[in-house]
Design a binder for this molecule. Structure first.
Ligand SMILES: Nc1nc2c(c(=O)[nH]1)N[C@H]1C(S)=C(S)[C@@H](COP(=O)(O)O)O[C@H]1N2
Ligand SMILES: [Mo]
Length: 325
């Protein structure tokens, strides 16, 4: 099935990358061996090329090259090598290079996900069954870490709204809570509780989870997610700081209580529940006005809601974003 999602923040045609850059980038893709069809993709991702083939923020894998232009000239895709070697995933250590170095031992197959809490269709199922009813889409999003660096990543994933609807949350459900797997034998960082209290927990308000931008990602650059990027399934909410996008999810819970997310538990004054990207609300220890795009020399201005204000702004109408950060 073809998926088309009009994105209000897509740049005007005047911002579209010129042809020569487009061709250069195409060469880059060919060089990395990531052209659809030349990749050893796993069973889950394989159908993507057939199912997804549309312009917009979710071009088909065959037209991934077109996707380069959709965010404008200032937003070329971050090279695959950077996306997969400069990571935050404290289960594998706190250094940016630790996840790629230590995640080789992690085995995300087979994988089970439990869905529970305030919903009509709770259950426990293998990842294949979890994904089966949903269409895989490619979505090219900016990722802005609270530490003031950012990337542009072509994700492959499913609409979180569609997933939520399928499990039929009850009227009393107000939040969705997500939990990362605990496997200290495979995740060296989890052997110390001084790093973080495991498991890593995150949450969204139900209406945030229903926003069309929110996805559960199962791949990037047309491949299955590398372990260091949160294999086999992770959240991606591009208008929020990266720490919201919880990796290696094993449990999804519908609840009437605001989940206590891990970084909020660690340092409530520094990391809130909402974590919306906001250039006007500084982290207590650094400014959020600017950021470093990985690969750039000069820093750039941070955009309100990471550039997705038109899509998500109304979720926060009437809220004091300085208090509910
Ligand atoms: N389980 C888990 N999820 C996590 C993290 C983590 O340490 N553990 N780090 C978060 C942070 S701070 C960021 S910026 C993103 C980084 O995603 P990436 O490594 O794919 O760029 O993952 C987020 N998800
Ligand atoms: Mo982050």
């Amino acid at each position: 099935m073809l998926i088309r999602i009009a994105c209000k923040s897509d740049p005007k045609s005047s911002e579209i990358t010129p042809k020569d850059q487009y061709l250069n980038r195409r060469k880059f893709i060919a060089g990395t061996g990531l052209v659809a069809g030349s990749v050893a993709m796993g069973a889950i991702i394989k159908p993507v090329a057939a199912k997804v083939n549309s312009p917009g923020m979710n071009p088909g894998l065959k037209s991934v090259v077109e996707g380069y232009s959709k965010l404008g000239e200032d937003d070329p895709l971050t090279p695959y090598g950077d996306v997969t070697s400069y990571n935050n995933f404290y289960e594998f250590g706190t250094g940016k290079g630790d996840p790629v170095e230590n995640a080789g031992l992690f085995n995300p197959k087979p994988w089970e996900i439990a869905v529970d809490g305030l919903c009509a269709n709770p259950g426990r199922m293998g990842l294949e069954d979890f994904l089966k009813p949903h269409d895989l889409e490619e979505r090219i999003y900016r990722l802005r870490c609270v530490e003031a660096w950012s990337m542009v990543v072509p994700w492959v994933g499913v609409s979180l709204a569609d997933v939520v609807k399928r499990f039929e949350p009850s009227g009393s459900a107000k939040y969705v809570r997500f939990e990362t797997v605990v496997r200290p034998e495979e995740m060296v960082g989890q052997r110390s509780r001084r790093i973080l209290p495991w498991p890593y927990i995150e949450g969204l308000r139900l209406d945030e989870a229903m926003n069309p931008l929110a996805i559960l990602a199962v791949g990037l650059y047309g491949e299955e997610l590398p372990n260091q990027n949160g294999a086999p399934i992770r959240l991606m909410t591009p208008w929020k700081y990266g720490f919201k996008s919880i990796k290696s999810i094993v449990k999804i819970t519908f609840t009437d209580e605001q989940p206590r997310n891990t970084w909020n538990v660690m340092a409530a004054k520094e990391y809130g529940f909402y974590a919306n990207v906001n250039p006007n609300v500084d982290h207590p220890r650094w400014s959020q006005a600017r950021e470093r795009r990985i690969g750039d020399f000069l820093r750039r201005e941070t955009l309100m809601f990471n550039g997705y204000e038109q899509e998500v702004g109304e979720l926060y109408a009437g809220m004091d974003l300085r208090k509910e950060y």
